[in-house]
Design a binder for this molecule. Structure first.
Ligand code: KG4
Ligand code: ZN
Length: 379
């Protein structure tokens, strides 16, 4: 089984993904059909439209994944699918398809937690020996549109176990990027746009005091008296809104929103054309505050729990300032930090197949009647 080949299927949100992965780390194919164009006019993901688009895309996406991997259905060792967390209707499309396929092929079906998938994305594109040499415990920051979570991850034999030591109390980090971009008339999804624009502004121009990122009892002990490292990002979003109001940026935002809505797929130059200095400075300062808070809490947790390795994954891990600053800060502490490549940071099915591999080795399968779990937890 060490060379097992798994077909992964991912439909938890707005990307339909299918991928073929060998040994939990070697990508033979990874196909992602994005629904951004469908949801863009609404400024966010519309659940009913997401389910409909998954239904349309799932068969061609899976066929393409097998064709690119040069594999037949019969040659697969298992099928893996995201069970949750995510949009219930969207998850059900992937789960129903995967169940039917596994049943017809008489192959094992492996249910995977989407968050565990993001963590295992770090192992993709690395060699077997690099992964065998990983030092545990690993502290994994999963930072995406729906999650800002810190997990202590350990490996016992072929099984991975997780302990949550922090999560967001309100908005996830990616949600804050998306809401702030929307608030500034920049469109959806906001993370990549903010990432492109931030280097063009002055990040010291607007000061978001740390108190706006904190909340009363963020270090409250857990049941077992272990300290927690929770996040909170609704305060910074409100601070941006207040800044917009007090600096009368409203009409410029409306003009920008309308102008960008006219362009089918705006490029960085288009955004820059419609952004004046105050907005670029605001975007740069917002990103700097987010990056500093994510890194400060993760490193504080790393010290408290004496971790040996850091993983940073999820859509926001594609952010260039976050990656560069994290690498510098972690190097100063002497803890190695690993990210998935930028394209594997956002949702994809290769990470689902990767997380399924240890479950195949340990025969960790759910009963055949499992269903979608919109609020599924990890650990
Ligand atoms: O992991 P993901 O694809 O889906 C979820 O599981 O939520 O993450 C999507 C989130 C969105 O909020 C998006 O704006 C954010 O990741 N994102 C980024 C970047 N690329 C995607 N945030 C900051 N910088 C980026 N380059
Ligand atoms: Zn995700």
């Amino acid at each position: 089984m060490p060379d097992a080949t798994i077909l992964g299927i991912e439909t938890s949100c707005d990307e339909t993904g299918a991928a073929v992965v060998r040994s939990g780390q070697e990508i033979l194919s990874n196909v992602v059909a994005s629904q951004i164009a469908t949801h863009q006019p609404y400024g966010g993901v519309v659940p009913e439209l997401a389910s409909r688009e998954h239904l349309r895309a799932i068969v061609p996406v899976v066929r393409q994944a097998l064709a690119e991997a040069k594999r037949t259905y019969e040659s697969l060792d298992a099928v893996a699918v995201t069970q949750g967390p995510g949009l219930a209707g969207a998850l059900l499309v992937g789960i129903s398809f995967a169940k039917a396929l596994a049943f017809a092929l008489e192959k094992p079906l492996i249910a995977v937690n989407h968050i565990e998938g993001h963590i295992h994305a770090v192992l993709l594109e690395r060699s077997r020996s690099e992964n065998n040499d990983l030092q545990f415990p690993v502290l994994a920051l999963v930072v995406s549109g729906g999650h800002t979570h810190l997990y202590l991850a350990r490996q016992e034999g072929n099984s991975w176990t997780y302990q949550n030591i922090g999560h967001t109390r309100d908005d996830a980090a990616g949600e804050a990027f998306d809401k702030v971009a929307k608030l500034l008339g920049l469109g959806y999804p906001g993370g990549p746009i903010v990432d492109w624009l931030a280097p063009h502004g002055n990040s010291s121009e607007v000061n978001f005091p740390a108190s706006q990122l904190k909340h009363r009892d963020r270090n409250r002990p857990q049941k077992d008296d272990q300290p927690r490292f929770d996040f909170s990002y609704s305060g910074i979003k409100t601070a941006v809104l207040r800044y917009v109001e007090t600096h009368n940026l409203g009409s410029a935002i409306e003009t920008r929103r309308r102008a960008l809505a006219e362009i089918k797929e705006p490029k960085v130059e288009d955004y820059l054309r419609f952004c004046d200095r105050p907005v670029l400075d605001l975007v740069a300062s917002f990103q700097r505050s987010m990056v500093e808070d994510l890194i400060a809490k993760t490193l504080a947790a790393a010290e408290q729990y004496d971790v040996r390795t850091l993983f940073v994954s999820g859509g926001v891990a594609a952010n260039r300032e976050l990656r560069e600053t994290f690498e510098r800060a972690a190097a100063m502490r002497g803890v190695p930090v690993f990210f998935p490549s930028r394209s594997l940071s956002t949702d994809n099915a290769a990470m689902i197949a990767a997380a399924a591999f240890p479950k195949l080795l340990t025969q960790d399968f759910l009963p055949a009647d499992f269903s979608a779990e919109a609020g599924l937890r990890l650990g």
